[in-house]
Write a protein of this length. Structure first.
Length: 248
């Protein structure tokens, strides 16, 4: 496999043109490429930014709390760690603090998650399929989050289009020739994690990465998002997720 980082200029909230900049920076795409794109850049492209209100820290917390309540699908009551208020939420089938709302690299803005992510990625894929005359092309929206009981951030997919998100081992045999009944490998989050590692979290200005020569990726023109996600009430972690309050 190859990972080709795409460096760009700074993207400026509250709105900036992602596609115009990518058109300048992206190399020629090939059959079988996967385009990994930072979700924050997709959000800025859509104008999904809210100016942080002036005032003291309590006013900022109140504004963010209201945004979280509007954006989250499920949430827990907030609590303080130092000067920061933490609200654990579920947004688009992803467990993440504050519904993914972030202010790092926001230049005075809260940056929300992009809307209709899978549709936006489909539009980007269609654009580059036409531009480069290719058929097999996929895209993954990449964000970062922490993992319970672990320091540090990891990448996670918040949307994708053009590929099958799971590698299915069911029906295949293990090393002792027994048929596997349940195992499926989550490819799309694994790729998102690799993409996030290369993109970085600071001033790298690398909001996109091209994955090339990944033979295990199966391409499709179907929207397979629902094949990846599990409703909270059906998840094996349901006892932990049960206290989350569904947005009314």
């Amino acid at each position: 496999m190859q990972f080709l980082p795409v460096k760009t200029r700074k993207f400026l909230p509250p709105k900036d043109n992602l596609l115009a900049e990518l058109d300048k920076r992206i190399p020629k795409l090939k059959e079988g490429d996967v385009l990994l794109i930072a979700s924050k850049i997709l959000a800025i492209h859509q104008g999904r930014c809210v100016k942080i209100a002036s005032g003291d820290i309590s006013a900022k917390h109140k504004q963010k709390r209201q945004l979280v309540e509007e954006e989250a699908d499920y949430r827990l009551p907030g609590y303080m760690i130092g000067n920061s208020e933490i609200i654990l939420t579920i947004k688009d089938y992803t467990l993440i603090p504050s519904a993914g709302i972030d202010e790092s690299n926001g230049n005075g803005y809260f940056i929300l998650w992009p809307k209709n992510v899978n549709l936006l990625l489909k539009q980007i894929i269609t654009r580059y399929q036409k531009k480069f005359g290719i058929k097999k092309l996929a895209a993954v929206a990449v964000d970062s989050r922490t993992t319970p009981l672990r320091w540090g951030t990891q990448g996670v997919s918040i949307g994708f289009y053009g590929l099958n998100p799971l590698y299915d081992y069911r029906g295949k045999k293990d090393i002792f020739k027994r048929k596997l009944k349940y195992t499926q490998r989550n490819l799309v989050d694994t790729l998102a994690d690799l993409g996030a590692l290369i993109m970085g979290e600071g001033g790298e200005q690398t909001p996109a990465v091209i994955l090339r020569d990944a033979d295990f990726v199966k391409f499709t023109n179907k929207n397979l998002y629902k094949t990846l996600v599990i409703p909270p009430e059906k998840d094996i972690y349901e006892p932990i997720l049960k206290p989350f309050l569904k947005r009314r």
